[in-house]
Design a protein around this ligand. Structure first.
Ligand code: MIC
Ligand code: SF4
Length: 649
């Protein structure tokens, strides 16, 4: 039987297991990436494993998230990451070099290879036909230590593309259309693979926008074939030698297929507070806006900046709108400057923000109270832009640019028609302005590197093994689609605490119930109850470690998002689902529950007692035996430490 691109890459990296849907497989990881907001913990965990040098083909440590250096904390973290990379064998990308995903696609992504990254948008690199997967920091640290990455063999969701995008409709509209089909959980347990005659009409930056935001469907990864378009991209990045051709066989089998005719797509918009709340721009046209943010790892390629420059040429940003841009990388910024796109934006009145994630993660540039913010980013979760009343709408660079000028949500096709604008066409440069000067290679004399740790870098808290009886109160009951931005918010105030678990734990569930940390600490041990798709969004393992630190022992929900489920296991929180979902209604916040650990079985149902209501609740765990053993041991670090230890220098 024929194979898809993803299956071909999985087959060549399979270390354990059979490629049968849902069966546990272990994959060799060729490359890793980390970013500073998750990287400090990932490297602390790597250090705790006692492995002297990374055992991958390539590991890159990027600094792109925590860029507001309001005090010593973020710069201390950056310096720690610089030292630890030099000592342990990773390439270091300092602040100012660019956003990890944009840079990885430019400089390191390779067709046919595997990549695991401590950021949920790591699949961006799958735009060149690699299998790139987002994961928690501990799983990335293990991959750096040479361990394979384990996951259930995903199902394959094929997206057949035909046609060509019409002027002023772009790749963001494609992925928003996919999200209209899948919503925010339709990709869970699946790899999305793009095929069909329309694929060749999308450039690598277009593909990267699509694979990037595939994360919002819950998918494990989103993959494009490696074709002549890929080869052209690699050539213009001076890396043609890493090109291999990779496409699905004609008789490859997908578990389900979505058909999209690119020629028929229209500009789309995702409404607050979920990337799956997608409608056509025409449905909301004329809505007044307060802010426009261009950038993020979804839409800050050279192609996007040139398109924005094209629309803003000779225009003025509306006086009611505050507009800013964060270019995706130094290469993009230099190219956009050389080609005049930047000056078109600046003349129009756009603020130049830093080359970083920036406002995407609430690092400055928040909207006003109740403000409507149009952003080219990938997530619009409650509170993510800096506060709860801001309303973020996710759009393409073209919709953002046209609306910034008119001050209301605008269809860029009508905007261009009214102004007699020619369609924008992106021609790939023969060679980009390649300058790897800021990347730092690992030290040739690692034993001489002294790792500097600032006072904010606290040791990882110890996790105890699970008790025979787990007893406690339901500390919080929440609904469906709870994101890691609800559980462990980000933003300029909280992000500097990423390397200090006791300090960051004070903010757990802040946007839902600010009394949570105090109540959890007082109770000493407890449960969280939730609905479907619990933990969607980011890869931040802080959303597991910090609740665990506060005493959360188990989470009982209708279903889990993939990365958060793995993070719960890694830090010893027992993930449970209801056998009968209607039992969700029979538990209230404040109820006291108990469970006997000896009754826990992989795959089997067992009973938890609701002591307050004196009734049983049938639950099961989505885990296999090994993961269950990890939870019982108090987390993966305890579980694997012994097995991995090798003398460090
Ligand atoms: C995000 O976009 O939510 C982040 C910030 O990049 C996270 C990682 C983090 O929380 O540090 C992600 O996507 O995994
Ligand atoms: Fe950075 Fe935003 Fe991309 Fe996350 S989604 S990596 S915060 S740009």
């Amino acid at each position: 039987m024929g194979r898809t691109v993803a299956e071909k890459i999985i087959r060549t990296h399979l270390v354990e297991g059979e490629m049968r849907r849902g069966e546990r497989i272990a994959l060799r990881m060729d490359q890793t990436l980390t970013q500073d907001a998750t990287g400090t913990l990932a490297y602390l965990e790597f250090e705790a494993m006692g492995v002297a040098r990374v055992r991958t083909e390539r590991s890159v440590s990027y600094v792109d998230h925590n860029m507001i250096q309001g005090d010593y904390r973020n710069p201390d973290d950056h310096r720690y990451l610089q030292d630890v990379a030099a000592r342990h064998g990773s390439i270091f990308s300092p602040p100012g070099n660019g956003i990890c995903h944009q840079l990885h696609v430019e400089r390191f992504a390779e067709p046919g290879k595997t990549l695991i990254g401590s950021d949920s948008h790591t699949p961006t690199s799958s735009a060149v036909g690699m299998l790139a997967i987002g994961a928690g920091g501990l799983d990335v640290a293990l991959a750096m230590a040479g361990e394979p990455f384990c996951l259930p063999m995903p199902a394959l969701l094929g997206v057949r593309l035909v046609g060509t995008l019409q002027p002023f409709v772009s790749a963001k509209d494609v992925i928003l259309e996919v999200l209209r089909h899948t919503d925010v959980n339709g990709g869970v347990g699946k790899i999305i693979e793009y095929f069909g005659p329309g694929v060749k009409n999308l450039s690598v930056p277009d593909r990267a926008t699509i694979t990037n935001m595939g994360a919002e469907t819950g998918a494990t990864s989103s993959v494009f074939p490696s074709d002549e378009v890929t080869r052209r991209w690699l050539r213009s990045q001076g890396r043609e030698s890493s090109w291999v051709e990779l496409s699905a066989d004609d008789d490859a089998r997908y578990d389900e297929i979505i058909d999209i005719d690119l020629s028929e797509l229209e500009p789309m918009v995702a409404q607050p507070f979920q990337p799956g709340k997608v409608v056509r721009v025409s449905a909301l046209e004329g809505m007044a806006i307060d802010q426009v943010m261009f950038g993020s790892c979804t839409n800050s390629s050279l192609r996007d900046l040139l398109s924005i420059g094209h629309l803003l040429d000779g225009q003025k940003i509306a006086s009611s709108v505050d507009a800013g841009i964060s270019p995706g990388s130094r290469q993009v910024l230099l190219e956009a400057t050389e080609r005049g796109a930047l000056s078109k934006m600046i003349r129009a009145g756009v603020r130049l923000l830093e080359v970083s994630c920036g406002a995407c993660i609430g690092m400055g540039f928040a909207p006003p109270t109740e403000g409507v913010s149009l952003r080219t980013i990938n997530r619009n979760f409650l509170g993510r832009c800096g506060h709860k009343t801001g309303k973020v709408y996710l759009v393409s660079p073209e919709v953002a640019a046209a609306s910034a000028v008119t001050g209301v949500l605008t269809d860029p096709r009508a905007f261009a028609r009214d102004r007699g604008l020619e369609p924008f066409r992106f021609s790939m440069p023969e060679t980009f302005l390649i300058d790897d000067g800021l990347f730092e290679a690992p030290s040739p004399e690692p034993e001489t590197i002294v790792i500097r740790r600032g006072p904010n870098i606290a040791p990882l808290p110890e996790m105890k093994a699970m008790e025979a009886t787990v007893r406690g109160e339901v500390l919080l009951k929440v609904g469906d689609d709870i994101t890691t931005d609800h559980i462990m918010p980000a933003g300029a105030k909280i992000l500097p605490l990423r390397s200090n678990i006791p300090a960051i734990a004070e903010h757990v569930f802040e946007v839902v119930d600010a009394s949570f940390p105090a109540r959890a600490k007082e109770a000493g041990s407890g449960f969280v109850v939730g609905g479907a798709n619990y933990g969607q969004g980011s890869s931040r393992e802080h959303a597991a470690i910090a609740p665990r630190y506060l005493g959360v022992r188990a989470v009982i929900v209708k279903s889990f998002a993939r990365i958060h489920l793995a993070n719960l296991v890694n830090f010893g929180i027992l993930p449970l689902t209801f056998v009968d979902e209607s039992d969700y209604d029979g538990i209230d916040q404040g109820d006291h529950l108990s469970l006997e650990t000896e009754h826990l079985l992989a795959g089997g149902a067992f009973i938890i007692r609701n002591e307050t209501k004196d009734r049983p609740i049938a639950c099961k765990t989505p885990l296999g035996q090994e993961d269950l053993d990890v939870v019982k041991a108090g987390g993966k670090l305890n579980y694997v430490k012994e097995r991995l230890a090798v003398p460090s220098f």
